[in-house]
Write a protein that binds this ligand. Structure first.
Ligand SMILES: [Zn+2]
Length: 141
């Protein structure tokens, strides 16, 4: 029987700095100086104003859940041991939004408005950002 692993993203020239950051345990995002907006996912131009002079910035990795769903049916056999698990849209404090898993012992209890902090899951040559609930109010700052 062939074991099918979890999929890994393929970095592109635009996203390579982002993935390199993840390997160092840093969550990077793009910032546009022309219109002062944060952007995620990485692109070659600002989605808001079209400027191409984008700067990489490091996020503190903390955010608030904008939306949450719980996955009960694994998308492939590789995810079978993980279900149920929570997937969320996370609004990072720097002003960008991303989708990621929320690692929690009680995925059904993960809720909109929860504060979360980033963590990285190593998958081969890639480190994938995931989030976990902030353990204490102090961690929320
Ligand atoms: Zn812009």
């Amino acid at each position: 029987m062939t074991e099918i692993g979890k999929p890994v993203p393929q970095p592109t020239p635009e996203s390579q700095p982002y993935w390199d950051g993840c390997l160092r345990g840093e969550l990077l995002y793009q910032h546009c100086a022309a219109c002062n907006r944060a952007q995620f996912y990485p692109r070659s131009a600002c989605a808001s104003c079209g400027a191409t002079a984008l700067e990489w910035r490091r996020s503190e990795g903390r955010g608030t859940l904008h939306a949450v769903t719980v996955v009960y049916r694994p998308p492939s056999a590789a995810f079978k041991p993980d279900v149920p698990y929570a997937v969320a849209l996370v609004d990072l404090d720097e002003g960008f939004r991303m989708m990621a898993n929320v690692l929690s012992a009680a995925p059904e209890a993960v809720a909109i408005g929860d504060r979360v902090t980033v963590t990285f899951e190593r998958r081969g040559d890639i480190a994938l950002p995931q989030f976990r609930p902030c353990a204490s109010p102090g961690e929320d700052l």
